[in-house]
Design a protein around this ligand. Structure first.
Ligand code: HEM
Length: 441
């Protein structure tokens, strides 16, 4: 005999909890958990959404097959951004093959190349800094990781010639995603029209780059090359439209998630100066051997690793991990009926005291929670993030390069640095300014 799923209070007569979700999705999900516990339901303008909290629920969610809990049906808002026929806009069999192509671009030998690129970009980024100054780190890392991502994805030429225009187009694409996109991906509003124009222009730019590279018979070590060389099982190569979609997909998956994690990690380093001496000793040791800042070298920076992991626990970038229920789905004594959405929210579940002692305290040496599905910043199961290695590599390469040269400290009270989630990705609130001082000064 199944039980009714508890309903979250405060639904408005016609729109349910939609306005509350669109204004502050995290506040709604925290309130929902506090009110109802492990499972509850809210209503996003007719889209009934069940929130699951805690490792048992996560495990059941992530281990369910796509045919029953569908990511594609839940994330249709990404289709106008990536393009028809790409990822969630493609049939499952095609999507699987496209994902394999993406994974190919993240193989070890390519990662070594990316590590070098990121290190060079980070050095250039701080090369004209004074002995001391102030920096909005959210803004700075958004710009820096756009350069590193463009460089690793599209190659040196594209990075050097097109950064400004690319940045503007990319901004318009991103602006076409808001919490409201979850329920209405095709809204008739200027920001969505700008999104569509930006995508069209991006196709032109990338098509031209592909044409030139083919014409010159060049082959690079970037993701664009992987897409150009890739073929589906039946031998068909990707079209230019598909190549562009693959590029946008990877930019979206990796850019803000990585830049925000870099910002949060540096912010927590500045907020927790008691670890600084040990952290800097670790980082400096990497530079004693000129060849140490390679992918291999980057693998072993235990305290910095701890800072990144703990930043991802307290400030996970993605907090509305969603599936559409395709056939009735059971969890414990509850049944979620087909047609509803199910969501898991790391920001809520990463603070459960049962798995994390003093959950709101930042502890870079925190012990493992002991449950595989307690900490889920990268999701889990078959759809777990394929870029997690690249993301951590990127954060480490940027921060070790900067920390070797500069000391960072807060410019305002520690508690004044807040969190906001305006476009489905958690980020630091404005301003997010730190002071930097040249270490040898
Ligand atoms: C700190 C940085 C990152 C975080 C927190 C993050 C988080 C996530 C999460 C939570 C998912 C699962 C979504 C779901 O189950 O619905 C995911 C999937 C994915 N991520 Fe990441 N990600 C990060 C960086 C990256 C990077 C750098 C790339 C690419 C280089 C990337 C590529 C992907 C892809 C392609 C998927 C889809 C996998 C699939 O559908 O099977 N991510 N990511």
């Amino acid at each position: 005999m199944s039980s009714n799923i508890p309903l979250v209070s405060g639904a408005q007569p016609s729109t349910g909890h939609l306005d509350e979700f669109n204004n502050d999705p995290l506040a709604l999900m925290h309130r929902a958990y506090e009110e109802c516990g492990e499972i509850c339901e809210f209503n996003l303008g007719g889209l009934h959404t069940v929130l699951l909290v805690g490792p048992d629920a996560h495990e059941a969610f992530f281990r369910s097959p796509d045919e029953q809990l569908s990511a594609a049906d839940a994330y249709q808002m990404m289709v106008p951004v990536f393009g028809e026929g790409i990822q969630y806009g493609a049939p499952p069999e095609i999507e699987r093959q496209q994902l394999k192509m993406q994974v190919k671009g993240l193989k070890y030998e390519r990662m070594v190349n990316y590590a070098e690129i990121i290190e060079r970009e980070s050095e250039a980024f701080s090369s004209d800094w004074e002995e001391h100054g102030e920096l909005d780190i959210y803004d700075a890392f958004t710009r820096l990781t756009l350069k590193t991502s463009t460089h690793c994805l599209l190659g040196t030429d594209f990075r050097q010639q097109l950064t400004e225009e690319f940045a503007g187009l990319y901004h318009d694409l991103e602006d076409g995603l808001a919490p409201s996109s979850l329920t209405a991906p095709y809204q008739d509003a200027e920001r969505f029209r700008r999104r569509d124009r930006a995508r069209e222009r991006l196709v032109e730019l990338i098509r031209e780059r592909v044409r030139l590279r083919r014409e010159r018979g060049e082959a690079e070590h970037d993701m664009l090359q992987v897409y150009m060389d890739a073929t589906y099982k039946d031998g068909r190569p990707l079209t230019d439209h598909e190549i562009t979609g693959m590029v946008i997909w990877f930019m979206f998956a990796g850019h803000h998630t990585s830049s925000n994690t870099t910002a949060w990690t540096l912010l927590e380093i500045a907020r927790n100066p008691q670890y600084k001496q040990r952290l800097l000793a670790e980082v400096d040791a990497l530079f004693e051997d000129a060849s140490a800042l390679t992918f291999r070298g980057l693998r072993d920076i235990p305290l910095l690793d701890g800072f990144i992991r703990e930043s991802l626990r307290l400030h996970p970038p993605l907090n509305a991990i969603t599936r559409r229920v395709m056939s009735d789905w059971s969890f414990k004594r509850y049944v979620v009926t087909a047609g509803k959405n199910i969501m898991v929210c790391p920001h809520v579940s990463h603070k459960l005291p049962k798995y994390f002692d003093n959950p709101n305290v930042f502890d870079p040496e925190r012990r493992d929670s002991g449950h595989l599905f307690a900490e889920i910043p990268f999701g889990g199961g078959r759809r777990k993030c394929i870029g997690n290695g690249f993301a951590v590599l990127q954060v480490k390469a940027i921060l070790s390069t900067l920390l070797h040269r500069y000391d960072f400290s807060l410019t305002a009270a520690a508690e004044s640095y807040g969190e906001i989630m305006p476009a489905l990705i958690l980020r630091p609130s404005d301003p997010c300014t730190l002071k930097y001082t040249l270490r040898s000064a």
